[in-house]
Design a protein around this ligand. Sequence first.
Ligand code: ATP
Ligand code: MG
Length: 394
Amino acid sequence: METNTAKHIMLVKYGEVALRQGNRGFYEKQIMDDIRRRIKDLHSGNIKVIREQGRFLIEDVTGDLDSEAILPRVKNIFGAIAFCDGIKTTEREMKPLCETALAFFRARIRGKSFKVVTKRADKRFPLTSNEISAVIGEHLLAGLPGTQVDLHNPDTIFRVEIRNHVYFYVDSTPGEGGLPYGSAGKGVLLLSGGIDSPVAGYLAARRGVGLVPVYFHSPPYVSERVVDKVRDLLAALTAYTGELPLQIVPFTDVQLYLQEKVPAEKLTIFLKRAMLHIASAIAARENARCLITGDAIGQVASQTLHSLAAVHSAATLPILRPLTAMDKHQIIEIAHRIGTYPISIRPYDDCCTLFVARHPENKPNAAVIERMETRLMEEGLKDLLAKAVEGAVN
Ligand code: ATP
Ligand code: MG
């Protein structure tokens, strides 16, 4: 332990959630439950997650917290904005607080200059934030020879937080931000083996959308290895979301049917519509409230505004396209950061690249497409889509 009265803990800051008026408690509980779930196997009931005036406190009731073991488990939780590795003390008197601060900060100063920043959430504490910073700063200055205070450009910032207890920390690890996973309801993620859709899933999940991942599979034209790839992509996303069971839609019959019935340059649009029909039905079954795709405006022929307009009516729920306005390099940057990129670039064909025409139409006429599809529905497409929905299994 740092001193008799102080011990190592971790403070978790949660940004946007703290601003919620009505349902703040709901969000807080989700984050706390998520933290507990992720560290459950690390201990035998001695690590507690406690709400502490606008922060969560992770504490080992038997002594110092092993924050190095905890951090990798919790750092991907959506809704948390920072993880601060620090100490907690039950002291309330300035003199012992100064002693504890000196013992803690002495080992953590970098460079020569520092600044003390205090946040006083507990207004019962007799001094103001600035007064506390000044008193502790003076004590540190005396106790750390060769250092100086620099309020504008310090090498190290010593942080003091006065809450139900008093906390000291120096560094914090940034969190993901966003809203607690699942807090917005569920969405069906159309997940191909490409670069884009896993990133789209990650971004939607970060805003609280629980993911129901669906992959359209066309064996034997598409190799089983693509299924492995999609599963591996999901495994990367589970670091953020927890378990993600994949639904694999048997898509071969729909694909062969459309390939025979529609002109090659229109095939992609019909395939996308078929996917949206099926995904909408799965969403209804799963009680999901939206669909999520990896489309970005103009990235390929099927993602022009004309093409998006021509697929629109196939969905019975809003389609979220988190990548709409992003450039490819921005998408790739996120894919790298979340660990999906190296999996996405494994060289296996996905179903759309395999069946895609050399010169797909990039300005399809929505009314024409819809009319053609209505006819095909009656001629057998409807049954094939229903069968695909039925056949979608984990
Ligand atoms: P991605 O990189 O995500 O594969 P893309 O740029 O290759 O996207 P398309 O192949 O046109 O673009 O696909 C657009 C979106 O349609 C994908 O982001 C994904 O959401 C969905 N999609 C395409 N193919 C499949 C599939 N086989 N299974 C599930 N969803 C798919
Ligand atoms: Mg693709």
